[in-house]
Design a binder for this molecule. Structure first.
Ligand SMILES: Cc1cc2nc3c(=O)[nH]c(=O)nc-3n(C[C@H](O)[C@H](O)[C@H](O)COP(=O)(O)O)c2cc1C
Length: 211
């Protein structure tokens, strides 16, 4: 891999970490490796971390009511109900690269990551309804989805994490998605991590910010 920084324009990366574990988390470690590798490619990489495992609010009746009220007609209370969501949306809108690192929990994504998705999927901000159906508004971004599993093969029929993430990111307009998997760690921990590290090096080497 060419380790010479190739671009001096600022590139923003939003790192979404979802593992409930802090020590010994495979996804958190691989996510950090990804960023280290990327720093060798991009001179001015600005990283913002959003750790969803600390807990995000779920959408509740007040949130839904506020979200369905046109922005200009929201009460002060409704505006407050959307404040956190607004912040999360802004972080996503502003980023060039989205890096999601998540374990497979019960064949899908952690509830904390689903809570983040529920907070950032906002009609009028991240997608919109058209006469041809919904249209994502976050085009032009690259996403890297880094998944770890204990026994579930990534991409298999019982993996409801990777397909869902691909779909929902595409729904928001993010369709340039690279999946990196450390799969079946209980059966093959060493190989899985080695493979994921290789996938990271390949993904970073293949990154073309101009594309
Ligand atoms: C609550 C929970 C549910 C899990 N469910 C699954 C599962 O359905 N399939 C699977 O392959 N691994 C499952 N695992 C294993 C994790 O995906 C695996 O340990 C992964 O490495 C966790 O990511 P981390 O190392 O970043 O914490 C589960 C782990 C936990 C804690």
């Amino acid at each position: 891999m060419n380790t010479t920084p190739e671009s001096n324009t600022t590139v923003k990366l939003l790192q979404v970490n979802a593992s409930s574990r802090y020590e010994d988390s495979v996804t958190r470690a691989l996510s950090a490796r990804f960023i280290d590798a990327l720093r060798n490619r991009l001179e001015d990489l600005q990283v913002r971390e959003r750790d969803v495992a600390v807990g995000l609010p779920f959408v509740d009746a007040e949130w839904v009511g506020a979200n369905f009220t046109p922005a200009g007609q929201r009460s002060e209370q409704q505006r407050r109900a959307l404040t956190h969501s607004d912040t999360l949306v802004q972080e996503l809108v502003e980023t060039d690269i989205l890096l999601i690192a998540a374990p497979v929990y019960n064949f899908s994504i952690p509830a904390s990551l689903k809570a983040w998705i529920d907070q950032v999927a906002r009609a009028g901000l991240t997608f919109r309804y058209t006469e041809n159906g919904p249209e994502g508004l976050l085009s032009g971004k690259k996403a890297y989805v880094l998944l770890a599993s204990g026994g579930t093969p990534i991409g298999s029929d019982i993996d409801f994490a990777s397909g869902y993430l691909r779909h929902v990111l595409g729904f928001l307009g993010i369709d340039d998605i690279t999946l990196i998997g450390a799969e079946r760690l209980m059966q093959q921990a060493g190989e899985a991590v080695d493979s994921a590290e290789q996938q990271i090096q390949q993904a970073v080497a293949g990154l073309n910010m101009a594309a």
